[in-house]
Design a protein around this ligand. Structure first.
Ligand SMILES: Cc1cc2nc3c(=O)[nH]c(=O)nc-3n(C[C@H](O)[C@H](O)[C@H](O)COP(=O)(O)OP(=O)(O)OC[C@H]3O[C@@H](n4cnc5c(N)ncnc54)[C@H](O)[C@@H]3O)c2cc1C
Length: 401
């Protein structure tokens, strides 16, 4: 199938009609704004059914090979499906660690057996994945991870603690970074990478509550947990390289995701609507010249972000610093979204202090919740400071601090 403009246009119309027809009714409970806030069985059950429905309709994993559950179509089709999901404000695709990073990783580096075993379950949502990288004392400092994996016959014995494990209490599998050689001369060389089952004795995931009162991640304890030796991906000692490849997918620096519709859409249009309805001194706030000036600045930044994404796909426009757009995308987007939500709360004046559940909260406390949740993206997958370091070192060629 070619991706001619006419075919893409027809496809867009098809997806749009499907989304309109099939968008689920409001379930009557709060849905998560991003995949990092799935904290109850009812949310999970709802999102599982929805992801399955979208997959069955053919709008998920569209560019993945047919033999692993995909449709082998040009990635442009998946982008259109994602865009239509955003536009129609349907619930998010929840199984993100599988769809967005473990899946593409297995497709790129996994054996044929691993691809057959894992990929389809990711798309259908039957196999939920989580990521065991961060540890209580080793987040940014990931290379110093201390969780150990000791080979014992046909098994590895895992001991240690991971933290901030999104989906830790729901997942069937974990992409796990663990130390197989504590004596390696270079700390990175002692690390290995596992596609590890979660439903084995000795694994315990304890939910952690967030500033919003919601849940979504866990502290995950491994106490002599035995996993099959064939869960090792690649060879012992290759874990760091595979983890870095995983982060390329996680930070959207590389494509291959089964979908990128992982978060509810919040745009400048929403902020404009707010500024039109909030009244100050008998007038809509939007009439205030200072507010207008700030809104225009945000609009320009939002537009620049969109255009940068397009530009990143045109090599001739990226020749000065070829890696700059790919490596800075997460930093630019997550910080803009955080500042935009913060501003939306600030313009509410005294009501900015009210939260979801308060009858007087503006728009039901939507912006407050969105603001608190926006920190997830500025921390998860590498903090903004770490992203700035990466740009300094890998794009600008500055010395390591
Ligand atoms: C919502 C959410 C979901 C997450 N999900 C997962 C998950 O599923 N799996 C997983 O493994 N992890 C997950 N994480 C963890 C995340 O990757 C870490 O929180 C992150 O890498 C930072 O590590 P840390 O929390 O240990 O903070 P630290 O590394 O202790 O950092 C503390 C502060 O110091 C700064 N800092 C640290 N080192 C430097 C440096 N070299 N230069 C400049 N500043 C520095 C940081 O920017 C930060 O401000 C999640 C986090 C969040 C918030």
């Amino acid at each position: 199938m070619t991706d001619s403009t006419k075919e893409l246009q027809e496809f867009r119309a098809e997806v749009s009609a499907w989304m309109k027809e099939n968008k689920p009714a409001d379930p009557g409970f709060l849905l998560p704004q991003t995949f990092m806030e799935v904290g109850s069985e009812e949310q999970l059950d709802f999102l599982l059914k929805w992801q399955r429905k979208v997959y069955d309709a053919g709008y998920l994993g569209m560019s993945w090979p047919v033999k692993y559950g995909g449709r082998e179509m040009p990635v442009a089709y998946q982008r259109i499906a994602d865009k239509e999901m955003l536009v129609h404000r349907v619930p998010i695709m929840f199984n993100v660690i599988g769809l967005g990073w473990a899946g593409p990783l297995i497709l790129k580096m996994g054996s044929d057996e691993e691809k057959h075993r894992y990929l389809k379950g990711i798309l259908t949502g039957e196999d939920i994945w989580c990521q065991g990288f961060s540890e209580p004392d080793h987040g940014s400092d990931l290379g110093n991870s201390q969780t150990t994996a000791v080979r014992d016959g046909d098994e590895y014995i895992i001991n240690g603690t991971k933290i901030w494990t999104t989906f830790g209490n729901y997942a069937k599998y974990m992409i796990l970074l663990a130390r197989t050689n504590p004596d390696a001369e270079r700390k990175y060389a002692g690390l290995s990478y596992f596609l590890s089952p979660m439903e084995v004795p000795g694994v315990k995931a304890v939910p952690i509550q967030k500033i919003t009162g919601e849940y979504g991640f866990t502290e995950t304890f491994f106490d002599n947990a035995r996993i099959p030796a064939d869960c090792l991906m690649g060879e012992e000692g290759q874990g760091w390289g595979i983890a870095m490849q995983t982060l390329q997918f996680e930070r959207s620096a590389e494509g291959g995701q089964a979908s990128e519709y992982f978060a509810e859409r919040v745009t400048m249009d929403d902020l404009m609507k707010s500024a039109k309805t909030i009244m100050r001194d008998g007038e809509p706030l939007l009439n205030d010249p200072v507010v207008r000036d700030n809104l225009v600045t945000f609009m320009m930044e939002e537009k620049a972000l969109k255009l940068s994404t397009v530009r990143a796909g045109i090599p001739a426009l990226c020749s000065d610093y070829p890696l700059s757009l790919a490596l800075s995308g997460k930093l630019r987007a997550s910080e803009l979204f955080r500042r935009m939500r913060q501003y939306a709360v600030a313009i509410q004046g005294a009501k900015g202090g009210l939260y979801v559940g308060d009858a007087d909260a503006v728009e039901g406390g939507f912006w407050q919740r969105a603001y608190f949740n926006s920190f997830s993206a500025t921390i998860g997958g590498g903090t903004s400071q770490i992203q700035a370091n990466i740009i300094g070192e890998h794009v600008l060629g500055l010395p390591k601090s």
